[in-house]
Write a protein that binds this ligand. Structure first.
Ligand code: UT7
Length: 332
């Protein structure tokens, strides 16, 4: 059996917000944002929702795969910024695209969420429970950031990316001799570092409390602690995933890393002793879209024809939790 991605899609809000515009809101400048992160602008929702962006990305992925919504067995949405606590976003997507046969649920592993969702879908397909899955990362983080906090509001953007993952009988051997499919998966979490990047749900509230609790709804982050974690954990995790598959860094054609910060990506490349031009980036245009960064980048590269059959890709990310993961696959 081969489990491969046969369609990709993405959706971004229309409104681009430049660093210059942010410098009118908080004490920052285009230069300081670019120097710290590499980010030049990001898309911000003026009406799109996590569910509507996810549904658009899914429709595109289905179209590319040559499938219809009725073909879909499973919809898995990774998000940490849904509009609704109930029902989950995957059920909204199911209804919106008309995938009435599909099982649907959400998963939250913050910025590493898409990877964890894809790995979960892969395990279902591998076990023979389903034959295909739409896997989505979708976020509207703009509603979770404090727009008066320059250390976080400059980083994030809104958007969604999706892949159609399907299981096919037999092996697909590419022209370069590589077998298409997922070769290694590594996932991890360090819950003890949860405090360094967090956002509260509503607090305990009931008539039986002695005192009502205060509610701070915004994302809080110790940027340096996350940076330190990411620059070490991401390359180490990639190296471990490659070694699990008996592969070396040189065997990889492209590294698609979570698009949080140009400096984190450059540092990972250096630690891995890999050429930086194997690490495509779009964060300059779209910022950090949490779970959506990897599938949006994947879709952009796929549509630009920068990913060819037989290419070996490493997808790797990190996020609140702190969570991290790496998936090695051959495009087929
Ligand atoms: O998906 C995961 C999400 N999180 C991350 O990926 C975050 C990882 N961390 C980072 O990317 C970096 O730590 C940041 C980009 C968040 C910050 O860069 P840094 O070089 O680590 O800066 P810092 O937090 O150590 O702050 C240094 C200075 C501070 O000023 P003082 O205290 O030295 O006077 C900040 O107030 O930079 C200041 N600063 C800014 N100045 C202008 C922080 N943000 C800004 C800003 N504009 N936007």
């Amino acid at each position: 059996m081969t489990i491969r991605i046969s369609g990709t899609g993405s959706a971004l809000p229309k409104r681009a917000v430049t660093n210059q515009e942010l410098s009118e809101l908080v004490d920052t400048s285009d230069q300081s944002i670019r120097e710290r992160t590499g980010i030049g602008e990001r898309r911000i929702s003026t009406g799109d929702t996590v569910a509507s962006l996810a549904a658009s990305a899914c429709t595109q992925a289905l179209e590319m795969a040559g499938k219809t919504a009725e073909d879909v067995d499973l919809i898995l949405v990774a998000t940490c910024s849904p509009e609704l606590l109930l029902p989950c976003c995957a059920c909204q997507v199911q209804n919106s695209i008309g995938a009435f046969r599909a099982a649907a649920f959400d998963l939250n592993a913050a910025c590493a969420g898409f990877l964890f969702a894809m790995d979960t879908a892969y395990a279902y397909l591998q076990a023979g429970l389903y034959k295909n899955a739409l896997v989505v990362g979708s976020e509207v983080l703009s509603k979770l950031v404090d727009w008066s906090d320059r250390s976080t509001c400059v980083l994030f953007g809104d958007g969604a990316g999706a892949v159609y993952l399907e299981a096919e009988p037999g092996e697909i051997v590419c022209e370069n001799g590589r077998r298409a499919g997922i070769e290694a998966i590594l996932q991890g979490a360090d819950g003890a570092k949860g405090e360094v990047l967090s956002c509260r749900e509503r607090p305990l509230g009931n008539p039986f409390l002695q005192e009502q609790q205060a509610f701070d709804p915004y994302v809080h982050m110790d940027g340096r602690a996350v940076y330190k974690f990411a620059t070490r954990q991401v390359p180490d995790c990639i190296a471990a995933a490659l070694s699990q598959a008996g592969l070396a860094v040189e065997d990889v054609d492209l590294f698609l890393l979570h698009q949080a910060n140009e400096r984190i990506i450059a540092s990972a490349a250096k630690r891995l002793k890999a050429e930086l031009d194997k690490f495509p980036m779009n964060l300059q245009r779209v910022g950090n879209m949490s779970s959506a960064t990897i599938p949006v980048l994947l879709d952009e590269l796929n549509r630009e024809g920068r990913i060819q059959k037989g290419d070996r890709l490493v997808l790797s990310g990190f996020g609140a939790g702190l969570t991290y993961g790496a998936t090695v696959l051959v495009w087929g």
